[in-house]
Structures are given as C-alpha cells and as structure tokens.
Write a protein that binds this ligand. Sequence first.
Ligand code: EPU
Length: 354
Amino acid sequence: MSQSDSAAFIAGYPLKAHNTFGFDVRAQLACRIEHESQLMTAVRDARAAGLPCLVLGGGSNVVLTGDFAGLVLLVALRGRRVVREDADAWYVEAAGGEPWHEFVAWTLSQGISGLENLALIPGTVGAAPIQNIGAYGVEMCEHFASLHAVELATGDVHEFDADACRFGYRDSVFKREGRDRFVITSVTFRLPKRWQPRAGYADLARELAVRAESIDEPTNEPTNEPTAQAIFDAVVAVRRAKLPDPLELGNAGSFFKNPVIDAAQFAALKEREPEVVSYAQSDGRMKLAAGWLIDRSDWKGRAMGAAAVHERQALVLVNRGGASGAEMLALAKAIQADVLARFGVELEAEPVCL
Ligand code: EPU
C-alpha cells in the first residue's frame, strides 16, 4: 500500500470550520481525502467498523444538528483542467474538492465563459450538482456534461450524465435516491464557445447599468453588451451587498426553496395579496419568492436566540454566534408555520438537515 492510500483518522474532530453555519459539533472520526485511493480505503475501514459515513465538502448546504456518530470524509480532492475542446465547446473538469468560486474565476482566466453568473457561491465543485446550484438566471445543469462519483457501499466508480443526475430546481438524484450513497469526485462542464451574456435578472441588470454609467468615457455606441468578466464582477458585487459572507456571519445561503404552486392556488393568492412576487413556470405553475413571503410575514431581521433572519435578505437564516443546528431548525419551523398560516404556502428547506 502506498502512503497516499490511507488517510489518518482523527477522533473527536471539530466540525465548526467545516460547516458554513459554524455550528460547534464534532465527528466521532474524520479524515481528509486528498486522493481517490484514500477515499476507497477510508470507506472500506468505516464499513468494517460499522460506522456510517458523512461527506463534507465546503459544508455550505448542511444543517448539523448534533455530533456525528461516524466517519466524516472531508473531501479535499483538487485539480482542474480543460479535458478537451471541439468546434463548439470547451470541456472543463474539476475535482470535487475544488472551491467553486475559485474554479469559476479560473475558467474566466482561461478565456472560458459561461459560469460567471454563478460567481461567489460558497461550497465546492463536488457539491454543486447535488442541489444544482443556480443564481442570476443560470443553473449549473445548463453547463453540466458529466460527473464521476464513488459509491460508498461498494467503492465502485460511476459516471453520471445529465439525465442520470435528474436535475431540477435546487434538486438532483443526489438529494433523493442517491442521498448519502455517493461521493462526487469530479465534475465536467461543457462551456460553449459561442457565448451569450445572461444579464436579464433584475438585480444583475441594475448593477451592470450602474457600472456602465460610472465608466468615465461615454461613447455614442449603442449600449455594449457586458463581458463575462463584467458579469462576474457585478454578480460578486450584488452578492456581497445582499448575502452575508459565511466567514463573518454563519449561513447556508437561501434556507428555503422558492415554492412552486399551481395556477388556481396562485390566482386565489394574488387576489388576496396583489403584490406577491412570482415567476411563471413553463408548465403553467407559479414560483413564488420565498424571501418576499417571509419578509411580509414580518420575519426579516428577527431572531430566536442567536438564530436569526438576515436583515437584507429574508431567505437567509444566520447564526449570530453560538446558535445550534436545533435552534436554527426551530426558527425555520416558526417561519414555515407563519408563512403557511398567512399565505397557505409550504416552504421547503433547501439545505440537508442531519
Ligand atoms: N424579496 C423581498 N424581501 C427579502 C428578500 C427578497 O421582498 O427579504 C423579494 C425581492 O424583492 C425580489 C424577490 O423577493 O423581488 C426575489 O429576491 P432575490 O432576487 O434576492 O432572489 P431569491 O429568489 O430570494 C434566489 C436564489 C438565490 C440566488 C438568487 C439570485 C433560491 C432559493 N434562491 O433567491 O440562491 O442567489 O435567487 O438568483 O432559489 C441559494 O440558493 O443559496 C441562493 C442564495
């Protein structure tokens, strides 16, 4: 066995720095996975000891409600490369442990565009497909080609194409039947050479307009289309203005999904609440802005102990310091109950609760 085949197991490992809420819980055992071979060995050893495994990348989409009685696999697989290109697209592969934002910035530095709207999303590349991350008019699945995942029960490596991932809005097979079954070790993206800016999302369009106005030398040219770098910079600015930095204020991004309701329920709601913020779906249903529903239920900025609703974006729950996962879930429950009572709409949590 070469040295890289086994990773050291650490007992009583603190997970505070491994979940973006900053919950102070521990793993019975943890090990850092830097090579795929270490993953196989660790999983086999955990199986032999009868211990369940929990995979953590950036810990940006998880609510840890207590200590984990098992082995936590800290996925630190690194590496990114252009695997191939054809006339139409680049195919870029990144290891599961690559920080997502750094990966996006790197693609742009290589002259490869397409992921710029997804700048500054916390977490790792391997976590991105699990909930099909999305922001400012783009979802990851649009640029997804395939991924490799190791099955925990067998150690077998599987390749998943987009169909096999069954992507939906903040959803994939890895949140359903595949939950707790796989470690995503690498993801390949297809980034078309014919690039089109996606700058229609209201907050982003506003930020781009402000930036275009502040450019010193106005030209008489018709408005220039933004570059991918300009979109990247604008997305970073919008996110910094609205969403708390997990390093400063623990959070997991949007805590709830934007709920989708049928046309009849929407018509009745709109009658009662004419200002409700909604987006028509292609199947005739309506997606509602959960942030608006929570805001209108007077939860914005409110707290239950150290678990609070963010002051600038009601969809984000934050840990003001020392909150537990259970306290965060209690806050979430109270919000869900109020939104249901007032609007008749159920909110579903976006992060995985353990
Ligand atoms: N709104 C309020 N009050 C609030 C927050 C929002 O009235 O406190 C209203 C806004 O005025 C706006 C609407 O709700 O009209 C939508 O708000 P926003 O544009 O901020 O987006 P969102 O629907 O709240 C979604 C994603 C975010 C993503 C943004 C931008 C989900 C669950 N959330 O938020 O994703 O960054 O759009 O695309 O789909 C994440 O998933 O963790 C995440 C941050």
